[in-house]
Design a protein around this ligand. Structure first.
Ligand SMILES: *Cc1c(COP(=O)(O)O)cnc(C)c1O
Length: 394
């Protein structure tokens, strides 16, 4: 059976070996090649590996695996999601311009606003959920439209095909940060996107134990250009972390299925709670991106955000929940509650933050693998306490 016929949940288990097990032993796992350099048998012709920055067999197994899962020509593994994202932007040249989704990840915001301008690369932020506004942001020197969908932290939904069409009409490439969905739930390259980037720190690795990034190109030529940047800039993923990520990816299907199912129930619960002002989750029919998301993705995923009336209520809620960790990041087996205003979006000035709806009462919740009834019971007691505490203060 070809890879195209089977479901991704099956492919994902075998993608790192593709049935080609390590020759000496038949080990079912990819060996961790801890070698910076490789002995060359012949004076005249060198083997496939020479130095691990340029290529390492463990990293290569991971890179091939993510390329298969995203349906791309070439996958590349980096030291972090930001290393993957900034390396992708290095495909650009001085004098180029990019259009970036306005609710972009905080670290990407920092790179685009503080690093790229030093190299003469200019940007315009646009509301990518609005195709007309995006079109207006395009300039003659625009080379890339940068998409995140669902976006962070308010789960805004961009119509991928509409933005790809607009980009092609204007001779631009499209980059898409697929961290929230993973290839299991959304395959942007199939919709015409040129480069997919990931913070593999999140759902792909799944255990909050490593920092890693991945990039996949649709096209071989662009993939070779990005591989050249990966080798030149050198922010590659090490062999041990590559191995950890290969193992994490194998359980992605099971993890996402459970977490996303729980996320839907928690979103429904919060949506009906009187203290919760608004719930942002593309699995709610009331979400403005519900129809578009359902068209381009297989599931609303495992991240949601919700707003409480103010900072005091959010604080009292966080101080009273027992199960989730209160931390930055997402996509772990443990549920992670975060406060975007001072965590993921700390790099963004308050004024910019508020323009994007990242208010002082907004919390983001990444649903882990705990029993959903326990999570809801925990939220229930914490919301009651938060309500009482705030009533006392006022
Ligand atoms: C975490 C994250 C990043 C950055 O990835 P790192 O692995 O932390 O460098 C980029 N985009 C999104 C959507 C993220 O959540």
């Amino acid at each position: 059976m070809s890879l195209n016929e089977e479901r991704l949940e099956t492919t994902i288990i075998h993608a790192s070996t593709r049935g080609e097990y390590e020759r000496k032993s038949g080990a079912v796992n990819v060996p961790i090649y801890l070698s910076s350099t490789f002995h060359q048998e012949s004076f005249d012709g060198f083997g496939p590996y020479d130095y691990s920055r340029s290529g390492n067999p463990t990293r290569e197994a991971l890179e091939k695996s993510i390329a298969t899962l995203e349906g791309g020509a070439r996958g590349l593994a980096f030291a972090s999601g930001m290393a993957a994202i900034s390396s992708a932007f290095m495909l650009l040249s001085s004098g180029d311009h990019i259009v970036v989704t306005e609710d972009v990840y905080g670290g990407t915001y920092r790179f685009v606003t503080e690093v790229l301008p030093k190299f003469g690369i200019d940007h315009t932020f646009a509301d990518l959920t609005n195709v007309e506004q995006t079109a207006q942001a395009i300039q003659p020197n625009t080379k890339v439209i940068y998409i995140e969908t669902p976006s962070n932290p308010r789960l805004g939904i961009t119509d991928i095909e509409a933005i790809v069409k607009l980009a092609r009409e204007n001779d631009c490439l499209t980059f898409l940060d697929n961290t929230f969905m993973s290839p299991l739930y959304q395959r942007p390259l199939d919709l015409g996107v040129d480069v997919v980037v990931h913070s593999a720190t999140k759902f792909l690795s799944g255990h909050s134990d490593i920092i890693a990034g991945l990039a996949v190109t649709k096209d071989e030529t662009l993939g070779n250009r990005l591989a050249f940047i990966q080798n030149s800039f050198g922010s590659i993923l090490g062999a041990q972390d590559s191995y950890a990520l290969i193992q994490g990816i194998k359980t992605l299907g099971a993890r996402l299925m459970q977490s996303s199912g729980s996320a839907q129930k928690i979103a429904d619960y919060l949506n009906a709670h009187p203290l919760v002002e608004e719930v942002f989750y593309p699995g709610l029919a009331s979400h403005p991106g519900y129809t578009i998301h359902s068209k381009q993705s297989k599931s609303p995923g495992a991240v949601l955000s919700f707003s409480l009336p103010d900072r005091e209520t959010a604080k009292a809620f966080v101080e009273n929940v027992r199960i989730p960790v209160f931390a930055v990041s997402l996509g772990g087996v443990e549920s992670i509650l975060s406060y975007p205003a001072t965590m993921s979006h700390a790099a963004m000035p308050k004024e910019e933050r508020e323009k994007r709806g990242i208010t002082d009462g907004l919390l983001r919740f990444s649903v882990g693998l705990e029993h959903v009834d326990d999570l809801i019971a925990d939220f229930e007691q914490a919301l009651i306490k938060a309500n009482n505490i705030v009533a006392l203060i006022n």
